[in-house]
Design a protein. Structure first.
Length: 515
């Protein structure tokens, strides 16, 4: 299939997947808060944070697996790809066995680690057990997620995500309709969706990579060491992310209690969707960038980086601008009874870094493709340590309260992404140090224009009902995308986008005719 056509399919399928995922969560979050309360709801993202901490051990091996397997598939070396695949797979089995013991201890002594209301203790323990079991199954099946990336069929992964999002909605409605509402049903649903997703990933691997063999004879300890030597810096990088944002909810629970932690978790919802959207779109452009690098086409790689960053800027500038302006109205309608202005303020502070690094997030993937992750990891680690130090200073000597948590992490992230992020990949690629700054500046200008325009429109509209809010958001969104398109892309890039979309529409038409 033509690479441009495949890129359009991947991009549109990912956007469809994201739209369905956000739609499901949009309906389920207030449903859960209403039935189990924000105090109990806050333990679900907190359990996922514990998974993030444990994942530091796993990610050193798995983070670079996709890169090595993908490059060998592109080079048509199926035997070497099988060696990488099996080395990761069997190592993951060993890791799962070793991690089971500390995870069990966390569950048993969860009330000593967190502020858990006595009446919620049993439910929280069951929830953490199910979330940890889900994590272990995810580790076992993680290597099977490489297939769609290796053959540039990310659209299939998006369709899988759509299936899983729909299944999640059906299971939530079923459990909360048939049984007494409880937080641990969230864990049951996560486990069920994970198991189904793992089976789908295994099926896709067999279908897309039939020459990839699973056999203990392909296990190679030297390959494991090679993956670890590269992946250790990604693990170190993830440790830095934990220091920067991973302790937010934990600190909110320990310093301010379960209720405030639940409030903080609600405020994290929209920024978390934004992070997911950015990483999802940026991931679509990894295969074409990796292909350029595999062909040693550095100029082509730079062009792909600039194009992908501009497309990313167009797609994220509108939702960011819209949320900055209309976020308070959204919270009033979405979680009535909560402090909408405060939640909005918290969320905007959390979203601060994405105003800067959102459009240049593809540069993080460039570091991985080039296998140049050491220095970025060190810089990120320093940022994380500074965040923890500054956070405890603010908590001790100021009255900022809960606001101190996102203020610290966002401020440090903004500085890092202004000073380091655009420069280092340019240096590694041998281009001018300021090559990618124009992408960043253009995105900021576009966002400022949209915020000013949306603010003017907001003054003319009387909010109070979902229908008015949705019509306003849709109208502003369409207007915003038109403005963003012409302020970000040049005529050639707009033409390329048109070709990508048209090729996707033609592909859909052919599929319907052949059905």
């Amino acid at each position: 299939m033509n690479s441009k056509k495949q890129l359009s399919i991947n991009l549109i399928a990912n956007i469809m997947s994201f739209s369905i995922s956000i739609g499901v969560s949009f309906l389920l979050t207030p449903f859960l808060i209403k039935h189990i309360g924000k105090e109990a709801y806050g333990f679900f993202p907190l359990a996922n944070n514990f998974v993030m901490y444990i994942n530091l051990v796993v990610i050193a091996l798995n983070s670079m697996a996709a890169r090595f397997i993908m490059l060998e598939i592109m080079r048509k070396d199926d035997e070497k790809a099988s060696i990488y695949f099996n080395s990761v797979f069997y190592s993951n089995i060993i890791l799962v066995v070793l991690l089971s013991v500390p995870l069990c201890l966390v569950v048993l002594f969860i009330d000593r680690l967190l502020n858990v209301p006595h009446q919620l203790l049993n439910e929280v323990q069951i929830l953490f057990s199910l979330i940890f079991l889900t994590f272990l199954i995810t580790v076992l099946g993680s290597v099977f997620n490489v297939a769609t990336l290796a053959v540039n069929r990310i659209d299939l992964r998006s369709y899988q995500d759509i299936i899983q999002s729909g299944l999640k909605a059906v299971l939530f409605i079923g459990f909360f309709s048939l049984f007494t509402p409880s937080i641990f049903y969230v864990g049951v649903v996560s486990l069920c969706v994970c198991v189904i997703g793992t089976f789908i990933s295994i099926y896709l691997t067999k279908r897309l990579l039939p020459k990839l063999l699973i056999s203990l004879s392909y296990f190679n300890i030297h390959t494991v060491k090679e993956l670890l030597s590269s992946g250790i810096w990604v693990s170190f990088n993830q440790l830095s992310v934990v220091l920067l944002i991973g302790f937010d909810l934990l600190i909110a629970n320990l310093f301010f209690g379960a209720s405030k932690a639940g409030e903080y978790s609600i405020a994290q919802t929209v920024p978390a969707f934004l992070v997911f959207l950015i990483s999802m779109i940026a991931g679509v452009f990894v295969p074409p960038m990796a292909a350029r690098y595999a062909d040693n086409d550095i100029n082509g790689l730079v062009r792909e980086i600039r194009f992908s960053s501009k497309v990313l800027s167009v797609l994220i500038s509108v939702p960011i601008s819209g949320f900055i302006v209309f976020g308070d109205e959204f919270y009033r309608l979405w979680v009535p009874g909560e402090n909408a202005e405060y939640l909005h303020y918290l969320s905007i502070i959390m979203m601060g870094p994405y105003l800067i690094n959102g459009s240049i997030s593809t540069l993080f993937n460039v570091n991985t493709i080039l296998n140049k992750v050491k220095l970025p990891s060190i810089i990120l680690f320093i940022s994380g340590v500074l965040n923890i130090l500054l956070l405890f200073i603010l908590l001790k000597f100021t009255n900022l309260g809960l606001l101190a948590i996102p203020i610290c992490s966002s401020s440090i992230s903004v500085l890092r992404n202004l000073i380091f992020t655009p420069i280092y990949p340019a240096k590694c690629l041998g281009v001018e140090w300021h090559k990618f700054y124009s992408l960043l500046i253009r995105n900021i200008i576009t966002t400022v224009i949209l915020v000013c325009l949306f603010s003017l429109l907001k003054e003319m509209i009387p909010f109070g009902q979902w229908s008015i809010f949705i019509l306003t958001v849709v109208g502003c969104g369409l207007l915003g995308y038109i403005i963003s398109l012409f302020t970000t892309l040049n005529s050639k890039e707009i033409s390329r986008c048109k070709i990508l979309v048209i090729s996707r529409l033609l592909q859909s038409k052919k599929l319907k005719e052949s059905a």
